[in-house]
Structures are given as C-alpha cells and as structure tokens.
Design a protein around this ligand. Structure first.
Ligand code: SF4
Length: 266
C-alpha cells in the first residue's frame, strides 16, 4: 500500500504494518547513555522460562499497527536522542525494523535493538542502521543448556554465535547481556564458558576500543513466564559483581534494582 500525505499527494513510501503493541515515550535505562523511546515488537521464536515480557511472546492481530503511527509519535518526541526496539524478538519483523531504523536515523537519532541472536541473516541486513545492539547470551553456548532456558528443542546456538561474531565485526556498540538465574546459570563454570566463547568470537578487541560490554543482569522472579522460575530467588548485587569479575572480560558490568542502574566492575 502507498502512503498518501495530508495534501493528497502520493509520498512514494510503502506503508507497513507492524506487530508493536507498546511504545514507551521516554526511558533513561534502556539505551546506554541516551534518553530514548522504546518500541516493543511482539512475537518471539523462544519461550524462555524467565521471560519478563511474556505478554509479547505471541504476535496477535490486536498488536498490529501502522508503522506511520509509531514514526509520527517519535517525530513529535522532543525529549529523546535515541530509539530502541525490543520485544519479543524484533528481527522476526526485519522489514518494519529496517524501515523504522531509516526513519529514526533521518531524524538524527540513534537507533538500537535488543535481540536474542537467533536470526543472524536479518541482523546482518539491518546492522548498518544500528548504533547499538543488545544481544542475549542465556547461558553456556551449548544446545542442552540453552534448550532448557529458552524452552525450545532447537535453540540455534550456532546462529547465536554467528550473530555475536557479526556484531563484534560491525560499527555498532555491542552490549552482551546475560540474565543471571540462581541455580540455573550462575555457576563460575557457566560464566567462564560464556567468557571463553565471547573471547573466541572477537569480544575483547571490540571491548578494548570501548565498543562492547558484558552485562550481568538481575533475574526478577515476580515477572517470570513459568511458575517454576517464579519460585527461584533473585541474585544479590554482590553475587552479580563477583560473577562479573570472575568472567575476566573487559567492560564487565552488572545491573540490579538495588544499584538503580548499570555499574561497571571491570
Ligand atoms: S526472554 Fe527474550 S528471547 Fe526469551 S522469550 Fe522473552 S523475549 Fe523471547
């Protein structure tokens, strides 16, 4: 469908619809160092037991909205210097993500995305538009451990590695983010395994230039998708700090409710 502007002229743009049920106009904690609006795309290829946004796992018809409506709200927003798309998994809607990215960049704003890393080809397509990629690492990069957390029989660990490698080679800032769940992925062995995988994929070269970080985030049981995860306690900030230090990675950070925001530990 072509877009017609208020004067009745054909603008030449194709109008896209997108599964995006929520927009937060201003967030100070979703885009590193920038006041940002956050657009939530729905639909995800994982079903993580700890998911905090399980209402967005399925893209349903009532989530559909014209991308123009979101773009207009961003254009009118004078408080922000960036836009971050999260989900769900935003790369399941690559055309809408790229179109939104081009629009955001045309306004002179920074553009970022949260991804679980399972879709390296769409990610590579949109990477030139991205200033920030926050990419999940759920646990040690092996199929069995990953399958347990992501709730899928095919957790695509090879594709997550491919996505990490692509982002480490790109110009975008990369925040590798791992939610720490006590008794599930909080052992020193898991952290050392994740750190070893990140090193072998090129993390250190990028982190040493100040273009990558490794963030250990607090698991928040109250919002977990599955009942069994809601019974697990949250980790303390000291536990997160100790694990971050044990990773030995440059620019290791933690985020926890008692800290209010990110804290650099190495
Ligand atoms: S935690 Fe992320 S990857 Fe996992 S189900 Fe939720 S939105 Fe999807």
């Amino acid at each position: 469908m072509r877009t017609i502007d208020g004067s009745g002229s054909d603008t030449g743009r194709t109008r896209l619809s997108v599964y995006a049920p929520e927009v937060v106009p201003l967030s100070l904690c979703d885009y590193i160092g920038e006041p940002a609006c956050v657009v939530f795309f729905s639909g995800c290829d994982n079903a993580c037991g700890y998911c905090q946004n399980s209402r967005l796992m399925k893209a349903s018809e009532e989530h559909l909205i014209d991308l123009d409506v979101i773009e207009e709200s961003i254009k009118r927003n004078k408080l922000i210097s960036a836009c971050k798309v999260t989900g769900g998994e935003p790369l399941l809607q690559p055309d809408a993500l790229a179109e939104l990215g081009r629009f955001v960049k045309s306004l002179g704003l920074k553009f970022g995305v949260d991804t679980n890393g399972t879709l390296p080809q769409p990610l590579k397509g949109v990477l030139p538009l991205l200033d920030l990629v926050s990419i999940d690492v759920k646990t040690a990069l092996n199929e069995e451990a990953y399958g347990k957390i992501t709730g899928t029989s095919n957790p695509c660990v090879g594709k997550v590695s491919e996505s990490l490698s692509a982002v480490f080679s790109s110009n975008a800032y990369c925040d590798v983010r791992m939610v720490v769940i006590p008794g599930v992925n909080d052992s020193g062995e898991v952290i050392r395994s994740v750190a070893g995988s990140l090193r072998s994929l090129g993390y250190e070269a990028k982190a040493c230039k100040g273009e990558a970080s490794f963030t250990l985030a607090e698991f928040i049981p109250e919002f977990a998708f599955q009942e069994e995860f809601r019974k697990i306690r949250n980790p303390t900030s000291d536990e997160l700090r100790s694990l971050a230090l044990s990773s030995g990675l440059t620019n290791a950070r933690v985020t926890h409710r008692v800290l209010g925001f990110f804290q650099k530990v190495a």
